[in-house]
Design a protein around this ligand. Structure first.
Ligand code: FES
Length: 209
């Protein structure tokens, strides 16, 4: 089970996994990030295994190409981050380092921007990302209770990914379907008028996929 996924600029540790063996940790991380090719490990005081991903050459090239699309201009950092997250799914410390180098800005600056905007994530999303709309209409019609039920059923909080890499949980602002409030998205699929009682059926629909 993944106990915690963290990103620490200073230590460059991007994943902390509560597993006994390195192999188990590597396998778990690979489920979350299939393109990662190498890991380095260190034991923590608590006996956990810390994992640092090494980006594949292909991934580095992709990030550099995105930076070049924006002429490697520091002022385009947000656009670069958007495109990179779209291409890779998330923005761990290693990805931020490549962007910082290409745009000639500090990694601390990139990290500051990534952590400032809730849209950006340093955690790999699940295969079926679940997003609960917490815009006004959905909130008024009980989105909070729906969210609580997803958290309870999946055993994760907002921003986390389930240990099997299948589901991740996030919140969104109005998705423009207020007539269907409360609204839940699983990937691109929209579920309307979701009640806490309907949460189990939504999860079940993806369990065997
Ligand atoms: S507030 Fe949820 S769709 Fe508009």
């Amino acid at each position: 089970m993944i106990s915690k996924i963290i990103s620490e600029e200073k230590t460059n540790i991007i994943e902390e996994v509560n597993l006994a063996s390195k192999k188990e940790a590597g396998d778990t991380i690979q489920k979350l990030d299939k393109t990662a090719t190498m890991y380095t490990y260190a034991s923590t005081e608590k006996g956990n295994v810390k994992v640092k991903l090494k980006l594949s050459d292909e991934k580095i090239k992709k990030i550099q190409e995105i930076c070049q699309l924006f002429n490697n201009e520091a002022g385009e950092l947000i656009n670069v981050l958007h495109q990179t997250q779209h291409a890779l799914g998330y923005l761990p410390a290693e990805v931020q380092e490549v962007i910082a180098h290409s745009l000639n800005v500090s990694t601390a600056h990139v990290y500051g921007v990534v952590t400032f905007y809730s849209y950006f994530t340093m955690i790999p999303k699940g295969r079926f990302p679940i997003s609960i709309c917490t815009g006004t209409a959905c909130y008024v019609r009980g989105a909070e209770k729906v969210l609580e039920e997803f958290k309870r059923q999946l055993g994760i909080v907002v921003g986390e990914t389930s240990a099997d890499g299948k589901f991740s949980l996030s919140c969104l602002r109005c998705v423009g379907a207020c007539g269907l409030a409360p609204v839940v998205l699983v990937g691109e699929k929209v579920y309307g008028r979701v009640s806490p009682d309907g949460v189990k059926a939504i999860i079940e629909a993806y369990k065997d996929k």
